[in-house]
Ligand binder design. Structure first.
Ligand SMILES: [Zn+2]
Length: 469
């Protein structure tokens, strides 16, 4: 009798810990379906967006059984899911920190973290950390708490010759160097920088945007796109012996996610995954035939925001816009700039320019500022005033945002509807990005770093590709 009761208690403790220890992952490719079974011939769901949050319910071989926040459930190959390391938010202050229902001090206070108390970290939004608190998703102020990692959590470097530094700053001393896919134990994370342990056991720092949680992260580099030259079978494996999962019509565009012998592993426009015989696939520039107007915000008499150390926003906006233009041109797009130097144009003129040129989209580049240095994060904007369909600029703002926030150390600040003149005074689908807060000293340093900028413009370009697909 005693023994049975003991067993029941153990079982109930175990089942509670699985509920609370549930792993969270994010899709790392745009437009992928979930399957009814662990194969590519069972029924597929509607394709999911990039960076869709998934609760991992079960695992089988190379597959995860997952559920989205909106209730879609199914199986997905684990390579398409990035599972961040297990993290905690820790109150390292000597006072109690309030736990709230949303990312503002005006929201309801539902409890407190006492000094030293930890809570499971889920994400960061609008400079607040989202935590698991009494089984609910709640918010704590990021400037009062720290992110620490579960012991033995690993991150991987994305590139060769990456500097490991003695402080979380591009001005600090280089103490070691790492190469692509070198892995390190992570200790903590702050404002886009990771504290890690070198193999020799010394502690150092690496910039988050140079790292990944997942070596098989598909969206880490630019995806290759191909077009079918005939009606073409998608098979469940890389040979004629495998079952046909779907048929693509001639001229369909697919994303290439793998290769084996003469076969390409592809994701189709409706999210179907499978293998195609590569003889019937031709490489294609993902932005061929598209025209884009890039707007570097401010200029001339209008400096825009002024950074923590006194730099003007108008200059960095132009630098990013010129960099983005060349990346988009490499992808096949025709690209225009609203200004190519330091002069003033009204926002209305910028909006009208897109209509006059007849471009497919308008993207305005900005960097954010606030009179509170604690705030950080990336946001994108759209405007619904003139449009009958609210999705007009929203789809563009969303696609760019979802790509940009896949960068480690870039935090979410939202996809927001704002009555900005440059977005309102145009009939072209238009979005605006605020890449980060120039008034936050750490984010200012990241924004002015060349490798950060290159990675960011590639992610923005990938977002534009996703928008057009
Ligand atoms: Zn601005």
């Amino acid at each position: 009798m005693k023994k049975t009761l003991f067993a029941i208690i153990i079982i109930s403790i175990l089942s509670i810990s699985t509920v609370y220890g549930m792993q969270i992952g994010y899709t790392n490719i745009n437009g992928i379906a979930l399957y009814k079974n662990t194969d590519y011939i069972s029924n597929a769901s509607k394709p999911l967006d990039l960076n869709t949050k998934l609760k991992i319910i079960d695992k089988k071989n190379d597959w995860y059984n997952v559920k989205t926040d909106s209730g879609t459930e199914g199986w997905i190959e684990k390579y398409f899911v990035t599972v961040p390391a297990e993290k905690y938010v820790v109150n390292n202050t000597s006072y109690k920190v309030n736990v709230r229902t949303s990312a503002t001090t005006l929201s309801e206070n539902v409890g407190q973290l006492v000094p030293g108390e930890k809570a499971k970290y889920i994400d960061t939004y609008h400079s607040w950390h989202i935590i698991e608190f009494k089984g609910e998703e709640c918010y704590v102020a990021s400037w009062l708490t720290d992110i620490e990692y579960e012991t033995s959590s690993q991150i991987y470097l994305l590139y060769d010759k990456i500097n490991i530094r003695d402080k979380a700053s591009t001005n600090s001393n280089v103490i070691a160097m790492g190469n692509r896919y070198d892995s390190y134990e992570v200790i903590s994370e702050k404002n886009g920088w990771f504290q890690i342990k070198t193999p020799e056991g010394t502690k150092g720092y690496v910039a988050g945007w140079l790292t990944t949680y997942n070596k098989n992260y598909y969206s880490e580099s630019n995806l290759e796109y191909k077009r079918t030259t005939d009606d073409l079978n998608i098979r469940s494996g890389p040979s004629m012996e495998h079952e046909v999962a779907d048929v693509l019509s001639k001229g369909s565009i697919v994303k290439i996610v793998g290769e084996e012998n003469e076969w390409n592993k592809v994701v189709s426009e409706n999210g179907i995954v499978g293998w195609c015989y590569s003889y019937y696939l031709n490489e294609v520039n993902p932005l061929a035939g598209k025209s884009i107007l890039i707007d570097p915000g401010h200029g001339g008499k209008d400096p825009g925001a002024i950074s923590y150390s006194g730099k003007y926003e108008k200059y960095i906006n132009l630098e990013v816009a010129v960099n983005l233009k060349s990346v988009l041109e490499d992808m096949g797009a025709k690209v225009y700039l609203t200004r190519t130097g330091d002069y003033y144009i009204t926002n209305k003129e910028r909006g009208k320019m897109a209509d006059t040129l007849g471009t497919d989209i308008l993207l305005s580049i900005h960097h954010n500022a606030l009179n509170n240095n604690d705030y950080f994060g990336l946001s994108t904007y759209y405007n619904t005033i003139k449009y009958t369909s609210p999705s007009y600029g929203f789809d563009l703002a969303k696609a760019i945002y979802l790509n940009a926030v896949t960068i480690n150390g870039v935090y979410r600040d939202g996809i927001l509807d704002r009555n900005y003149e440059v977005l309102r005074e145009t009939n072209t689908p238009a979005a605006l990005i605020e890449i980060g807060f120039m008034t936050n000293p750490q984010e200012e340093m990241n924004i002015y770093n060349g490798s950060f900028q290159n990675i960011m413009v590639h992610k923005i370009a990938n977002g534009i590709v996703d928008y057009f697909k």
